[in-house]
Design a protein around this ligand. Structure first.
Ligand code: ADP
Length: 259
């Protein structure tokens, strides 16, 4: 009888512990999924009101004479800047939420990377001109890449935008592309403020900014490099930093061409 009671007791204990561990696991994984869905849904829902706000600001700006109403003009321009900043934050959050849920379909094609790189350079030219920064671009005549053209262009844009943001006026920024063996090599170099060695890993963390006040002043919100890292990882590539404080920074990305 004692043996039977012992077996029943052990059985019940095993059943309860199995049920408890199952109970504990489901809510945690569900909570993560819900959290991801929430961030994704919230970002998605915020996009429409933000674009309505931006076009309303355009309409108001057209109706007032900003020379006569200087104060109102200044307020409107501040509002535009903040709405643009929020739009970019929401779009980055949406990208990361989608990347967490693995719902972004990544195109994988073999394509000429050169026109994409030229476009990325064009899109940051006005930012560089505003700071009298010299933009240099060097690449072979044709450079085939393998992967998602849109994402790889976004990667260039993030790195070039940062290089310009964190380089003082009259500095230099380079985009250097090459093929090294079976890899596409992307180098983005600047003569900017530099990154401390202990921050090399942290700058890829979400919302991490080495210099919070400077980054915010420049319009940054600390998600660009997390997205860059994710893009590189989905292409099975690597991203490395070399930097010296006050001298400049170089990001090197290698993307395999054959996969
Ligand atoms: P942010 O929107 O703040 O620029 P990122 O994720 O793109 O966010 O970059 C994270 C942090 O890494 C930045 O806040 C900045 O401190 C640092 N950083 C990125 N690129 C550079 C660079 N080229 N030179 C110096 N610091 C940089």
């Amino acid at each position: 009888i004692l043996l039977i009671i012992g077996f029943v007791f052990v059985g019940v204990a095993l059943f309860i512990s199995a049920a408890m561990s199952k109970k504990a696991m489901i809510p945690i994984s569900r909570a993560f999924t819900r959290q991801r869905e929430f961030v994704g849904d919230a970002s998605h829902e915020l996009r429409t009101p933000l674009s309505v706000l931006l076009s309303s600001l355009d309409a108001i700006e057209m109706t007032i004479d900003t020379k006569k109403e200087e104060f109102a003009g200044k307020l409107l321009s501040n509002m535009r800047q903040e709405v643009k900043r929020m739009t970019s934050l929401v779009s980055d959050l949406l990208t990361l939420a989608r990347s967490d849920s693995n719902i972004i379909e990544r195109r994988s094609e073999t394509f000429d990377f050169l026109p994409h790189a030229e476009k990325a350079i064009e899109s940051v030219e006005s930012l560089a001109n505003a700071k009298q920064i010299n933009l240099h671009f060097d690449a072979p005549d044709t450079l085939m890449a393998k992967g998602d053209p849109e994402r790889l262009s976004q990667l260039l844009y993030i790195l070039l935008d940062n290089a310009i943001k964190y380089t003082p006026n009259q500095g230099e920024v380079w985009l250097l592309l090459s093929r090294e063996g079976q890899e596409l090599c992307i180098r983005v170099k600047d003569t900017g403020i530099g990154i401390k060695k202990e921050d090399f890993h942290r700058v890829f963390e979400r919302f991490y900014r080495a210099d919070k006040s400077r980054s915010r002043q420049m319009g940054g919100h600390g998600l660009g490099l997390s997205i860059a890292k994710w893009i590189v990882e989905t292409h099975e590539g690597t991203i490395n930093i070399s930097s010296e404080i006050g001298k400049g920074t170089e990001f090197t990305i290698r993307i395999p061409l054959k996969k």
